[in-house]
Design a protein around this ligand. Structure first.
Ligand code: 1GP
Length: 253
């Protein structure tokens, strides 16, 4: 399928309207073992995932284009860039979460990187999906916090989290992403997911520190429209194998 034939965001809205939950597997190019890629792709293809997100805090490996092309040979899932900085753009992907780190106050991550990325993105066919990205405190310093030099929002201050989410929606973001951070000790609190999902209209992505099926189900039950799984699948490519068969959680494929 060519990039222009796909409308990732419309499909997300459609899924939300049908209460069909979505699942993204997050691949960090720096952690890909090229020799294992075929099996990795077949595991993704057999999994309940609806999307592949690609990105990392650094991405020092210059394999982004090759990685995406290789995945596309064997898997039809939409590939969405989830970039840590403007160097992580590939026109081989289908779309990009155009992130603004609205939980923080670092201008580079609110507008600076976006200004650098805009002319590059203009040259691509990528579907650009403006996304309010909110880091929620999760029991330890995460890579996003370290690299962006921003503080996460206090997980015990739901009023501030809500106001930030509402501001993100009012600014015109099409998605909100509640992020505990990759490998977080504690996932985003369910009360926060519940509060935000009840008070915004746009689809809600939740990720960071979700390590089992129950965690995914809890996030869905609390109002997440799309859950992101990175580390758990990275550590165990069979993560979805036995969970898939009888799991009603995954009704998206
Ligand atoms: C990180 O939300 C994603 O940006 C996924 O987090 O690696 O903890 O699954 P995990």
């Amino acid at each position: 399928m060519k990039n222009k034939d796909r409308n990732i965001y419309s499909e997300m809205l459609q899924a939300k309207s049908e209460n069909r939950k979505l699942l993204a597997i997050l691949l960090d190019p720096d952690k890909i073992v090229w020799e294992n890629l075929d099996i990795l792709i077949s595991k993704i293809d057999q999994s309940p995932a609806s999307h592949i997100f690609i990105g990392g805090s650094l991405v020092i490996n210059n394999i982004l284009d090759d990685l995406i092309l290789k995945i596309k040979q064997n898997c039809v899932l939409p590939i969405v860039l989830f970039p840590g900085n403007p160097s992580q753009i590939s026109d081989k992907a289908d779309g990009i979460l155009f992130l603004s780190l609205i939980s923080g106050r670092n201008p580079d991550y609110l507008i600076g990187h976006q200004v650098k990325a805009a002319p590059i993105l203009k040259q691509t066919n990528l579907e650009i999906i403006p996304t309010g990205y909110m880091l929620i405190e999760s029991g330890g310093e995460t890579a996003v916090e370290r690299i962006s030099k921003t503080k996460p929002l206090d997980r015990n201050n739901p009023d501030l989290v809500l106001a930030t989410a509402q501001a993100g929606e009012m600014l015109g973001n099409k998605l909100l992403y509640l992020e505990a951070g990759s490998g977080a000790k504690q996932a985003v609190p369910l009360e926060i997911i519940r509060l935000i999902s009840k008070n915004i209209e746009i689809p809600l992505i939740v990720g960071g520190g979700i390590i089992d099926l129950q965690g995914i189900q809890n996030a869905y039950d609390s109002g997440a429209d799309l859950v992101v799984i990175g580390t758990a699948f990275e550590n165990d490519m069979s993560f979805f194998d036995f969970r898939f068969e009888n799991a009603e959680t995954f009704n998206n494929r």
